[in-house]
Design a protein around this ligand. Structure first.
Ligand SMILES: Cc1ncc(COP(=O)(O)O)c(C=O)c1O
Length: 494
């Protein structure tokens, strides 16, 4: 029954649109859910059965199911199968029999936006990736600076910000980027945003049109996935290898208007984009007349290997927009980041940012500018680097016994997380759940994948837990990983 329905929908879609087969299956299943033909809790046939019934490859089925899982339409339970997510509104009996469409509570756009990307791993425990230890933040000093600027605040600082942010803060950011990230820029090009999320949205809103194609790394940063979904773009996942995003000839058939990359430490694999790849990417962007969004989210923390300069620093064509954030060095709730736009775009971006977001918080921006000017940012960064360096060393030492043919670490030279790559046969979601039983959070690499089905591993953060916790919990983590790897080596019983 389901297969017949899907086949009908797929053939209808193939007449309308030249979508690849996995996108047609994705769309057919998505519509079946949204139209109430499949509803919360319904179990899907296995990927093998679906592939057989539809006479398509299992990889095609897996790619469609993966995408629907990422977007929150499906959930899988180990040993029981794949189900329509409980977040999808239940269809009534009448709806099921008549197949008529009842409006879902959320819009088609809203449903995936409201689903958690890594739903089962949201708890915060040692090793949660993407988190920093803000306990070291100099709260008393910050409070003094805030008070000072509140006392001094002129009425115009209480207004919205018209000009891309507080001028001394934009100057401080420009000075930092010129020296430490080799970004050639003028202060005018810096726009203070309320973080990378807002920077990405602004770029998507201003540079591309609804349904235009954005190339996104696969595996991907979920914040970027959601920002582009929310702005109505068509995501085209491009696999990442050891040198970063690796477009193939076939990808050129889906020309991008926007390319989102994390070149200095790919999120989540940690791959560093090689110079050759950077040059190829810039050439590709030029060829397609596409914009490149460089997310330089954790470049402040480089622990080993040669320094890596930014992609924006190599750009001679004004195609790269550079994004940074204060979330990692200071604290995420500060909600301040920056976007560097090409000269020709500055006034349009400032105007649109003002109209769309009504930016403000100028007294906080003034306090931050002084925090940087007085050298407190540089000392906070030095302290944080030292502290994270120790935590990283301790985690690497703890993981040492697991490493070998079946487990390698990538991306440990920089940032606040590393990636432990595992063989494709390992169920990394099950392993992450097993590790969760020790009250530790690691994220399965496969949860970050959009289309690819070959990436398995664990994304392990060392930014959140203090050193003593890493010392205590590292062996538990390593033990659980080794246990899984041992099982791979054991001869299978007949
Ligand atoms: C890849 C990536 N980009 C950007 C950010 C920072 O985002 P924001 O400035 O919105 O806090 C993060 C934070 O975890 C991240 O992992």
């Amino acid at each position: 029954m389901l297969s017949e329905m899907l086949l009908t929908e797929i053939s209808r879609l193939s007449l309308l649109d030249k979508l690849p087969l996995h996108r047609q299956l994705y769309e057919a299943l998505r519509r079946a859910v949204l139209d109430g033909k499949l509803s919360a809790g319904d179990r899907l046939p296995s990927s093998r059965e679906l592939a057989q019934d539809l006479s398509i490859s299992r990889n095609t089925v897996m790619a469609a199911l993966n995408q629907l899982t990422v977007e929150g339409y499906l959930t899988s339970r180990v040993g029981s199968g794949t189900f329509i997510s409980e977040r999808v509104p239940k269809a009534t009996a009448q709806q099921r029999s008549s197949h008529c469409n009842q409006d879902p509570i959320l819009s088609r756009r809203g449903l995936p936006l409201a689903s958690a990307f890594c739903a089962t791993e949201l708890e915060i425990y040692p090793f949660t990736p993407g988190l920093v230890d803000f306990s070291a933040f100099p709260v008393a000093l910050w409070q003094r600076l805030q008070n000072k600027h509140w006392r001094m605040t002129y009425p115009d600082l209480l207004d919205y910000s018209y000009s891309g942010g507080y001028a001394p803060l934009r100057r401080a950011v420009a000075d930092y980027l010129r020296v430490f990230r080799s970004v050639p820029l003028e202060v005018e090009q810096v726009i203070i945003t309320n973080g990378t999320q807002q920077s990405m949205e602004l770029c998507a809103q201003l540079l591309v049109d609804y349904r235009d194609v954005v190339w996104i790394e696969d595996p991907a940063y979920w914040g970027a996935v959601k920002a582009f979904m929310a702005t109505g773009l068509t995501l085209h996942p491009v696999p990442v290898d050891g040198s970063g995003i690796a477009p193939q000839a076939a990808d050129n058939g889906v020309p991008p208007r926007l390319i989102y990359v994390t070149p200095s430490h790919q999120y989540p694999t940690g791959a560093v984009m090689s110079l050759t790849r950077r040059q190829q990417l810039l050439a590709l962007a030029r060829q397609h007349k596409a914009w490149v969004l460089e997310d330089d989210y954790d470049s402040e923390f480089r622990f080993s290997g040669p320094p890596i300069s930014s992609l924006a620093g190599l750009d001679t064509d004004e195609r790269v927009l550079y994004m940074g954030s204060f979330s990692k060095v200071l604290y995420p709730g500060l909600k301040l980041g920056y976007l560097v736009v090409p000269k020709g775009l500055t006034s349009s971006f400032k105007q649109a940012h003002y109209d769309l977001n009504r930016p403000g918080q100028m007294p906080v921006q003034a306090a931050l500018a002084e925090f940087i000017e007085m050298g407190h940012f540089a000392s906070a960064l030095r302290r944080a680097r030292q502290s994270y360096f120790e935590r990283r060393r301790c985690l690497l030492a703890a993981l040492q016994p697991c490493l070998g043919e079946h487990a390698q670490i990538t991306g440990a030279e920089q940032g606040l997380h590393l990636c432990l790559r595992l063989p494709t046969v390992v169920d990394d979601k099950a392993l992450a759940r097993r590790i969760g039983q020790f009250n530790l959070t690691v994220r399965p690499l496969s949860s970050y994948c959009l289309e690819r089905t070959d990436a398995r591993g664990l994304v392990i953060g060392y930014g959140y837990a203090p050193l003593a916790e890493i010392e205590r919990c590292g062996p538990l983590l390593a033990g659980a990983i080794s246990e899984t790897l041992e099982r791979l080596k054991a001869p299978t019983r007949r």
